[in-house]
Design a protein around this ligand. Structure first.
Ligand SMILES: [Zn+2]
Length: 171
C-alpha cells in the first residue's frame, strides 16, 4: 500500500494547499464490493479554498474509469467517474448538523488528520448509490429480451433443458 495522504484540514485551507495524484483502485478496499474488478486508478485533485461566504472548504475533483456490475445483466460495465465537489469544513458537530439541513451544501467535520484517500473513497461510493446499467444496445440482458420479437436466435436452444436433453442422448 502506498502512503496515505493525511492533511490538517483547516491548516490546508489557510495555506491554500493543493495536492493531486493517483490512487490505484486496489487500495480503495471499501469500494471493492461495488467493483467488477480492481483494474485502473482514480486521479484526484484537492485544494483548500474559502467559499464566497468565507467558509473554509475543500474543493475535490476525482476522475477515472472503473468497472462496475451492470445492474441488469451483472456483466462488466465501464463507468467514468467525473466528480467535482466543494466540501465545507464544519468546525464542530453543531455546525455539521446545520450544514446537513441545508441541501445546497455538503459538509464534513474539520479534523486535523483528514485521510484524503478515505474522503475520496467516500465521495465515489456516494456517487455510485444509484443503480447503473448498460445502455440498451450494449446490455446483453436487453438483447436477450428483444430477441423474442421475430428474429429467433438459432444458436440458442429453444428451451433451457433442450441442451441438457441433447447431452443425455449422447451418453
Ligand atoms: Zn447490462
Amino acid at each position: 500500500m502506498s502512503d496515505r495522504l493525511v492533511i490538517d484540514s483547516l491548516d490546508f485551507v489557510r495555506n491554500a494547499g493543493s495536492r493531486h495524484g493517483k490512487i490505484p483502485l486496489v487500495e480503495l478496499v471499501r469500494l471493492h464490493d461495488l467493483l467488477f474488478d480492481q483494474e485502473g486508478e482514480l486521479i484526484y485533485q484537492i485544494s483548500g479554498q474559502f467559499d464566497k461566504n468565507k467558509r473554509p472548504g475543500l474543493y475535490v475533483e476525482i476522475t477515472g474509469k472503473i468497472h462496475l456490475h451492470c445492474q441488469r445483466c451483472l456483466d462488466k460495465l465501464v463507468h467514468h467517474i467525473d466528480l467535482q465537489t466543494f466540501l465545507i469544513l464544519a468546525k464542530n458537530e453543531t455546525e455539521l448538523n446545520l450544514a446537513d439541513d441545508d441541501d445546497t451544501i455538503d459538509a464534513i467535520l474539520a479534523i486535523p488528520d483528514l485521510d484524503v484517500f478515505n474522503l475520496i473513497e467516500d465521495e465515489v461510493i456516494l456517487s455510485l448509490s444509484i443503480a447503473l446499467c448498460h445502455a440498451d444496445d450494449e446490455c446483453s440482458m436487453f438483447k436477450l429480451k428483444s430477441n423474442g420479437n421475430g428474429s429467433a436466435d438459432k444458436t440458442k436452444p429453444a428451451h433451457p433443458f433442450a441442451a441438457l436433453a441433447a447431452l443425455k442422448k449422447t451418453n
